[in-house]
Every structure is written in C-alpha cells, then in structure tokens.
Design a protein around this ligand. Structure first.
Ligand SMILES: NC(=O)c1ccc[n+]([C@@H]2O[C@H](COP(=O)([O-])OP(=O)(O)OC[C@H]3O[C@@H](n4cnc5c(N)ncnc54)[C@H](O)[C@@H]3O)[C@@H](O)[C@H]2O)c1
Length: 283
C-alpha cells in the first residue's frame, strides 16, 4: 500500500506536528481545519517548529522549504478524495470526532487507511464512526511529533492485518518507532504513566518531597525525568483529565487523582506553561 498523499484533519498542536513529520518524509499533506483563524495558528506553529529545527541543526533550510511546499491548508474536505491515508487529530471529543469521520467516509477512496491520533477514546468506537472499521486503527503520536520517536499503532479487533502492517511500514518510513499496542484505556504509555503518576502524587501527599520522589525514580528506575516533573511539563490539567478518564474507563481506583492535584488545577497552576505547578518556575 503506497502512501503518496495524506490528509490530516485538525491542525492543532498534534496535527500540525504530524503534518511536518509526514511532509519531511516525502508525501504531500492536506491539513484540514475548521476555519481560517485556526489555519493561521497552524501556519505559525509550523514556521516556529521549522525555524527551531533549523537552529538546532535537525533540518536544513532546503528541507524546511520542501516541507512548506508539500503542505497545503484548507477548510474543505474535498481533498480527502485523493488521499491514501487520513489521520484525524481534532479535539478529544467523541461528538466532534464522529462528525469528522462521517465527512471523511463520504469522500475517502475505498483503499484509504483511516487513523485517529486519540489519546483516550476506544479505537473500536471511533472505527464504528468511520463507516469502514476494517480499514481503521489508532496512530498515537507523541508531543512534539517531530522530536518524539514513538508511535503507538493500535489495531482494534476488526482491523485488517494488511492495514495494520501498512501503518507500521508508514511509521517506519517517517523515521519513527512504531509499537503495537492493545486497544485498552491508555494504550501502553498513558496506561503506565497514569499508574506511576498517581502513585507518585500519593507519595507526595504522604510526606515525600517532590524533588526526592523524582530523583528516587530517576536513579532507582533509570527514568530520564521523574513523574512529577513530567506532570508539570505535560500540563497538570491534561494529567488530571487522563487520570479521570482512566478511572472512568477501567473503574480501577489505582488511577485516582489526589485532591492536591485537583486543587492545583482549580487554581490555574498547571505546571511549566503557567510558571507554577508542583514546582515553581519563576518567569
Ligand atoms: N497534545 C498532546 O500532547 C497529545 C498527544 C497525543 C495525542 N493527542 C490527541 O491528539 C488530538 C488533537 O490534540 P491536540 O493537542 O492537537 O489538540 P488541539 O486543540 O491543539 O488541536 C485540535 C484542532 O482540531 C481542530 N478542529 C476541531 N474540530 C474540527 C473539525 N470539525 N474539522 C477540522 N478541524 C477541527 C481545531 O480547530 C484545533 O486546531 C486529540 O485527540 C488528543 O487527545 C494529543
């Protein structure tokens, strides 16, 4: 299954980053957004990422130019009709995703691969919205997509083996490391991160100092960054949502968020992005 043209629906943080990664590997990319204002934000996000890549020596100015030439932005879904792969990266809201997949189903070629970048919604459920569940799977990129090597590839029970294999091959072509994950709440990374983070927050509640908890897990488990610093970096609001969804979908109290985490989020102390979270970050 050759992939020459890719549509990405939703060009926010993830969609724009995935678009850059795909265009760097060669295919043409249609970034499809809700309105012109969102397209403007996506253009700025891409430019910032390309400039950062050039400054860090990750890509040459010529490569950056080729990425710009391979990407187009539009608000119409018409371009989906010429795409070999459609990746949906809109808001994490099942109603929004359902409406998007209905629009894709009316236009996508029969042979197209269909993928969602969802972090938390069941792939089998989204596959049902697509009208073509056998050609559907999860492709879970990590933030920021140009820098993060991992893509979780999540077939559901009805995904065709050829579709799964083509998606794995495509991720390899992108220079990523695709790993198969089961269609369970949190897949692999968020499932394990949820358990670790909830445990670290509990130790903090019971008297452990954040610095000691992080350093203990860095030295004791060989992690590059302790779980509490990771929470601050990801955003405490996003961590809280992840934990709540894991409890909702598994019923397992081990993922329960602490009151202290809820309090920080209620106070707008969301971590690095607001200058304060579990740690203080000055200006
Ligand atoms: N941010 C992360 O760290 C991260 C990591 C992995 C996966 N994800 C998942 O990726 C998806 C996108 O997350 P994000 O962080 O990029 O969100 P975001 O809010 O930055 O971007 C979502 C984009 O979708 C657009 N959109 C909404 N409805 C649309 C429609 N009907 N048609 C076209 N575009 C539409 C919005 O305008 C917005 O630009 C979510 O499912 C999220 O769970 C996020």
């Amino acid at each position: 299954m050759d992939i020459h043209v890719v549509a990405i629906i939703g060009a926010g943080t993830m969609g724009t980053g995935i678009g850059q990664v795909v265009a760097q590997a060669g295919p043409r990319v249609h970034l499809i957004e809700a309105d012109e204002a969102a397209i403007g934000r996506s253009r700025q996000r891409l430019e910032k990422s390309l400039q950062g890549g050039i400054e860090r020596g990750k890509l040459s100015p010529q490569e950056a130019q080729r990425v710009r030439e391979r990407l187009t932005w539009e608000t119409s879904y018409d371009a989906v009709a010429e795409c070999d792969l459609v990746i949906e990266a809109v808001f994490e809201d099942r109603d929004v995703k359902r409406a998007v997949w209905a629009g894709v189903d009316r236009r996508a070629p029969e042979a197209a691969l269909l993928a969602s970048n969802t972090s938390t919604l069941p792939i089998a459920e989204l596959a049902g919205y697509s009208g073509r569940p056998e050609r559907f799977l999860g492709l879970h990129f990590f933030n920021p997509p140009p820098a993060m090597k991992l893509v979780e590839v999540i077939p559901h029970a009805g995904t065709l083996p050829d579709v799964r294999d083509a998606a794995v091959a495509f991720c390899q072509r992108l220079g990523k490391t695709p790993l198969l994950a089961p269609d369970i709440p949190g897949f692999i990374v968020n499932r394990a991160l949820g358990a670790l983070v909830a445990a670290a927050l509990e130790v903090w509640d019971q008297g452990g100092k954040p610095e000691a908890i992080d350093e203990a897990l860095e030295l004791g488990l060989g992690h590059k960054m302790g779980p509490l610093r990771t929470c601050d970096l990801v955003g405490l609001d996003i961590i809280l949502t992840m934990l709540d969804l894991l409890v909702e979908q598994t019923g397992d109290p081990r993922f329960r968020a602490t009151e202290r985490l809820r309090q920080l989020v209620a106070e707008g102390k969301l971590g690095v992005k607001t200058g304060e979270g579990i740690y203080h970050y000055g200006e």
